[in-house]
Design a protein around this ligand. Structure first.
Ligand SMILES: [Fe+2]
Length: 193
């Protein structure tokens, strides 16, 4: 199940007659899915149905995605990623990181050498970039709704793992509309406080 705050929900539940843009976000207990309804077209986190909470729609575990995301961030900011840096970023023990890094190495997502750090393989980079892109888009979307940055960070870290490609496309379309409509943004942001 995706974690989305009441604040984000309230920000998205708006009917704006002036602009005729109608956005409703709700969690369907029956369907066990997060549904985003934009202008009458409902987009559902289809990938969430009948999935274990620890798996993304692509079948990758959320833990793997979190590791790859942090590793890419470290490489982009520092030029390298070491076990100690990853442990600090994820706030877990170095022993746990070492185990996971060895697993990711075995799965062909990175190359790990004990005293020389690690590098992402092409497959690892592709997955890491995909999650980073989802993180960026969802952050942008919630920020345009006027949601608080701390709430955004919390919600996006959950949503980014479970969102389906069709919902992501819908959110991308809504985000582009919001970027083009400052008056609509102002109304949404006023309601999100
Ligand atoms: Fe993230």
């Amino acid at each position: 199940m995706v974690a989305i705050s009441g604040c984000a929900m309230n920000a998205a539940k708006r009917f704006l007659g002036e602009t005729n843009l109608f956005i409703v976000v709700y969690y369907s207990v029956k369907r066990q899915s997060l549904v985003i309804d934009c202008c009458g077209d409902a987009f559902m986190f289809a990938g969430m149905r009948n999935k274990k909470a620890s798996q993304s729609p692509a079948g990758t575990s959320t833990a793997v995605e979190d590791y790859l995301e942090r590793i890419l961030e470290l490489i982009n900011s520092k030029g390298y990623a070491r076990v100690i840096d990853i442990a600090g970023a994820l706030k877990i023990s170095q022993a746990s990181v070492t185990n996971m890094v060895q697993r990711l190495d075995a799965e062909g997502l990175l190359k790990y050498e004990k005293y020389r750090g690690l590098i992402l393989t092409a497959a690892g980079k592709k997955l890491a970039r995909r999650i980073a892109q989802r993180h960026k888009l969802l952050t942008e979307f919630l920020r345009l709704l006027g949601v608080d940055d701390r709430v955004i960070h919390h919600d996006v870290e959950g949503m980014e793992h479970h969102i389906s490609p069709s919902t992501l496309r819908a959110i991308t379309a809504v985000t582009r509309q919001l970027q083009r409509r400052p008056s609509l943004r102002a109304q949404l942001q006023a309601g999100a406080v």
